[in-house]
Design a binder for this molecule. Structure first.
Ligand SMILES: Cc1cc2nc3c(=O)[nH]c(=O)nc-3n(C[C@H](O)[C@H](O)[C@H](O)COP(=O)(O)O)c2cc1C
Length: 173
């Protein structure tokens, strides 16, 4: 299965990056093809709501920034993994900009092969996930109709138990 992980953490060795790596290791065991995009290392601007993509652009976004890399991968992606630190009770701003840009690629018609999704969330405190889960459930399960393969949350520093859970999720696919 072709899997795209969007990592919304700017910290290369942070909790989210470690969870993504564990997930990737697990998924590789089953022969899955995993691409990770660190959206904070990319130049991905927010959606302009100009509707170019739904008019003259015929699905192309008017902004020619690094989102094109995401669009190219989305065409083949079968499973999307949203990985983020919790910032002010939601996902990071860089990841939110990336997801808003799905407007050109996944609205009104979703990418042809996209069927499954999962989420990895890391926060400082406990029980901080309602905002991120609301978006996940509304946008990816509800609107795009993807199958929920699981949400793993980490509060505080990542533990071996959480890394094992991420690896097991990857290996279960
Ligand atoms: C801008 C910012 C906002 C944050 N907001 C929250 C928050 O609302 N709730 C929370 O529990 N932790 C919050 N945190 C803490 C991070 O979610 C936490 O440190 C997380 O483990 C960071 O993930 P990372 O190591 O992958 O970067 C915030 C951190 C930053 C930098």
């Amino acid at each position: 299965m072709k899997i795209l992980v969007l990592n919304g953490s700017p910290r290369p060795n942070g909790n989210t990056a470690k969870m993504v790596e564990a997930f990737k290791e697990g998924a590789a065991v089953g022969g899955n093809d995993v691409n990770v995009i660190d959206v904070c290392r990319k130049n991905i601007k927010g959606c302009l709501a100009c509707e170019y993509c739904h008019s003259k652009g015929k699905g192309q976004c008017v902004q020619k920034d690094d989102i094109q890399e995401v669009y190219d991968l989305l065409k083949e992606t079968e499973m999307l993994v949203i990985a983020s630190p919790i910032y002010y009770h939601g996902i990071s701003g860089q990841l939110k900009c990336t997801i808003d840009r799905f407007y050109a690629a996944a609205y009104p018609i979703k990418p042809a092969h996209l069927k499954k999704t999962a989420m990895l969330l890391c926060s400082g405190d406990k029980d901080q996930y309602a905002g991120a889960k609301f978006s996940y459930e509304g946008d990816f399960l509800g609107y795009l109709g993807l199958e929920d393969m699981g949400v793993i949350t980490v509060s505080g520093s990542v533990t071996q138990e959480k890394l094992d859970a991420a690896r097991a999720l990857g290996a279960s696919l």
